[in-house]
Design a protein around this ligand. Structure first.
Ligand SMILES: [Mg+2]
Length: 218
């Protein structure tokens, strides 16, 4: 299973990169409304760098944990500012947690989401309501834990994760930014969805598509 799991995660990072790249302009437009209009470009460069590094690995030989640690280093190298350390910490925490469970079972998938949430929160020191990517990641992680507690199947779990992330991201348009560059705008940040929350939804959708497809393939 670890071999197959590593391939699954390689596919996941490819899907994330493709999805982010497809919405790069929209993300930069969202960032332009409240920030410096580079979010689409930086996220796109970050995930391209991740995939370039993953392409150097033999996925038959590496563990799922190593996939995430490689992603962490590559993302941090490519994206120095703000978002870089947040996702690097998210991937590093997922990598650590995967050392104990590399199965990529539904419970393990839920753990990855919650560890990523914890990493972003640990690094950014943010809370829900700050108008950041955590407004998508916190409800997504809660939905994952809830789905596990209720023994939901993989498809139901991922649909609830993505629904929660989308609702959370949409809710940022009625928030005043408390952190990051947008906080300087104060009330002028009202009416705009946070670009980091929007890209979090794209990432989570790509993860859902990967793990649902993995289920169908057995
Ligand atoms: Mg920016």
């Amino acid at each position: 299973m670890p071999e197959k799991a590593a391939r699954c995660l390689g596919t996941m990072f490819q899907r994330i990169s493709i999805a982010i790249n497809a919405e790069k302009d929209r993300l930069s437009e969202l960032d332009g409304a409240i920030g410096d209009a580079d979010h689409g470009i930086t996220m796109s460069l970050g995930f391209m760098a991740v995939n370039a590094e993953l392409a150097k690995l033999d996925l038959a030989q590496v563990s799922p944990s190593e996939i995430f640690s490689t992603a962490a280093s590559a993302f941090l190298d490519a994206v120095g500012a703000s978002t870089g350390p947040l996702y690097a910490t998210a991937f590093r925490r997922a990598s650590q947690a995967l050392k104990a469970d590399e199965s990529l079972s539904p419970a393990c998938q839920a753990m990855i989401i919650d560890e990523m949430r914890a990493g972003i929160q640990q690094r950014g020191k943010g809370q829900r309501g700050d108008k950041t990517m955590l407004d998508a990641w916190i409800p997504a992680a809660e939905a994952a834990i809830e789905a596990q507690a209720r023994s939901r199947d993989v498809i139901a779990m991922w649909n609830s994760i993505v629904d929660a992330a989308e609702a959370g991201a949409n809710s940022t348009s009625s928030m005043v930014a408390a952190r990051g560059r947008a906080a300087r705008l104060g009330e002028r940040s009202l009416g705009h969805i946070d670009p980091g929350a929007a890209s979090a939804v794209i990432i989570l959708r790509a993860m859902r598509d990967t793990f649902e497809a993995g289920m169908v393939d057995g």
